[in-house]
Design a binder for this molecule. Structure first.
Ligand SMILES: C[S@@+](CC[C@H](N)C(=O)[O-])C[C@H]1O[C@@H](n2cnc3c(N)ncnc32)[C@H](O)[C@@H]1O
Length: 286
């Protein structure tokens, strides 16, 4: 592994080769992320001082990070950080790692709520809090309520809302699948990126996801549609007359199966594509 006081140039090369030989897909990008995080510097600074050496403590930490990454632990858990909607979020193994494709849900929500004076928003499945917190910040007059069954996830979301100084948000530990939602009403937006991987597909996931992300954030332990059935059932209590639901869906055939569930109760249902061109966002109106 890397020896103390090695130069940055050497470490960049060593890290690249080590991650490459561990079959990590983007070894160059990842060693850069590790080093920028370790040294609290920009990528530009990294390449601008190739002869700079790194202290013993930092080398030990980096060696440890590289070994963990070689075992396929996601880089976000190793550096306890993920980027979402232009902001840094603290993450650990108790929360689902925010994904860039979920940013599209935030764009749609902001577009819809832009002209509301003080929109009321409910999120099911808080996780790191990335979606609720982004909405609370982008729509400062909104009132955001965010629910998760995992207390550990809610604790992470609270850390993030404190770090980002958000005060128009509240979190609640609650099992959505087992709770009558009749006390939740008058919302303008119901938003969710629920666990939607069918149980039978869990073993097909890449090791980073299957071995490290919380099982209950990934699957409903059934056919991947349980949350959409409950969301469609509860929508009439939760939403105002002109409110909408915005839900992330999985890969084909999941989007069409999820859409079908809302056919009975919604007059307007749209499937939107993510930036990769896949149907990934379901928007429903009562
Ligand atoms: C796919 S993650 C989404 C997290 C976050 N919204 C995001 O997009 O990064 C799904 C979340 O739903 C939560 N969850 C799972 N079962 C739940 C239930 N029955 N009631 C409420 N939340 C649940 C999980 O703990 C997890 O945080």
């Amino acid at each position: 592994m890397i020896k103390p006081y090695s130069s940055l140039n050497y470490i960049l090369n060593f890290g690249f080769e080590f991650l490459k030989s561990s079959s990590i897909e983007n070894p160059k990008k990842e060693i850069e992320i590790f080093l920028c995080h370790l040294l609290s510097c920009s990528k530009f600074e990294l390449y601008n001082r190739p002869k700079k050496s790194i202290s013993l403590t930092k080398v030990n930490l980096l060696n440890d990070w590289l070994k963990r990454r070689a075992k396929r632990e996601p880089i976000q858990y190793i550096i306890n950080n993920a980027w979402f909607y232009g902001r840094d979020f603290y993450v650990n193994k108790n929360v689902f790692i925010p994904r860039p494709e979920s940013e599209r849900l935030i764009d749609e929500a902001i577009n819809f709520l832009r002209d509301f004076d003080s929109p009321r928003i409910l999120e099911i499945g808080t996780g790191s809090g990335c979606m609720s917190i982004s909405l609370a910040i982008e729509l400062p007059n909104s009132d955001v309520q965010s629910i998760d069954t995992s207390e550990k996830a809610i604790n992470v979301a609270k850390i993030n809302s404190d770090n980002l100084h958000v005060n128009n948000i509240s979190f609640q530990k609650l099992d959505f699948l087992k709770t009558e939602m009749k006390n939740f009403h008058n919302f303008d937006l119901l938003i969710s990126n629920p666990p939607y991987i069918p149980k039978k597909d869990m073993e097909l996931l890449m090791p980073e996801v299957r071995k490290f992300e919380p099982y209950s954030a990934l699957t409903d332990n059934h056919d991947g549609l349980e949350f959409y059935r409950k969301l469609s059932n509860d929508l009439p209590y939760i939403l105002n007359n002109n409110g909408i639901g915005i839900f992330e869906v999985g890969l084909s055939p999941h989007p069409k199966d999820a859409k079908r569930i809302f056919n009975k109760i919604c007059r307007d249902i749209k499937l939107l594509k993510d930036y990769n061109g896949d149907d990934r966002i379901l928007i429903v109106k009562l």
